[in-house]
Structure formats: structure tokens, C-alpha cells
Design a protein. Structure first.
Length: 126
């Protein structure tokens, strides 16, 4: 990853830092996404629509470990991707702030989940 000739991150963020010092409540952000039904006859697939994506939807599926086809990213894959993107972009912005050249940066995120039914699902509620 080449070092940019201009430092866009510090230039943009200095303005924001000043704004947030003057009005800290403006530093609070809220991100959004919604899951929507794709094909009503297919419980193993759906669409997710992240905010700021021009209404485009991403297809998701269910992991084979819980009966899905695992033919498209599943919710765990999407969560790992979001975490990887967050860490990758933060690292790159900090490097620019510190005037550090990153030759190559890759972030890999993995998750492990026990997909067995939770114990509460086998008990009757009283």
C-alpha cells in the first residue's frame, strides 16, 4: 500500500476534531442495516440492505451446520467482514496520521460458534 502524496486523513479529521470539541454530541453516529425477505419460499436465504449503499442489497444464506446451503456469505461471514473492514481502515488511517508507510496490510477475522440448540430450547417454560 503506497503512502499517499497528500495527507487526506489528518486534513479531514482536524476539522472534525474541532467540531467535536465544540459540540461533543455531534460525535455520536448511528449505523443501520435491515434484513429483508428475498424469496418467501426459501427460508435459507435472504437479503440485507446496509445503509449508505444506494438501496443495493447483499444476498445472505445460512450456514450448512444449521441446514443451509452455505452458498453465499452467512451472517457470521458478514460480521467477520465488518470487523475486518473496521480494523483495516482504522490501521490505514492511523498510519497516515503517523506518516507511516504501509507496504501491505491484511486483516483476517474468524469466529467460532457452537451451533447446537441452546439448553433453554429443550426445557419447558414455567
Amino acid at each position: 500500500m503506497a503512502k499517499p502524496s497528500e495527507h487526506f486523513v489528518p486534513a479531514r479529521q482536524r476539522v472534525l476534531q474541532q467540531r467535536y470539541r465544540e459540540a461533543p454530541e455531534q460525535a455520536w453516529i448511528s449505523d443501520h442495516a435491515r434484513a429483508v425477505e428475498g424469496d418467501a419460499s426459501d427460508s435459507f436465504h435472504g437479503d440485507v440492505e446496509p445503509a449508505n449503499n444506494g438501496g443495493q442489497r447483499w444476498r445472505y444464506g445460512i450456514h450448512r451446520a444449521v441446514g443451509g446451503d452455505h452458498d453465499v456469505p452467512n451472517p457470521g461471514d458478514l460480521l467477520c467482514a465488518a470487523q475486518a473492514a473496521c480494523l483495516h481502515s482504522t490501521t490505514r488511517m492511523l498510519a497516515e496520521w503517523l506518516d507511516v508507510e504501509i507496504i501491505n496490510a491484511e486483516v483476517a477475522v474468524s469466529a467460532e460458534v457452537d451451533v447446537q440448540a441452546p439448553s433453554w430450547s429443550t426445557h419447558r417454560c414455567r
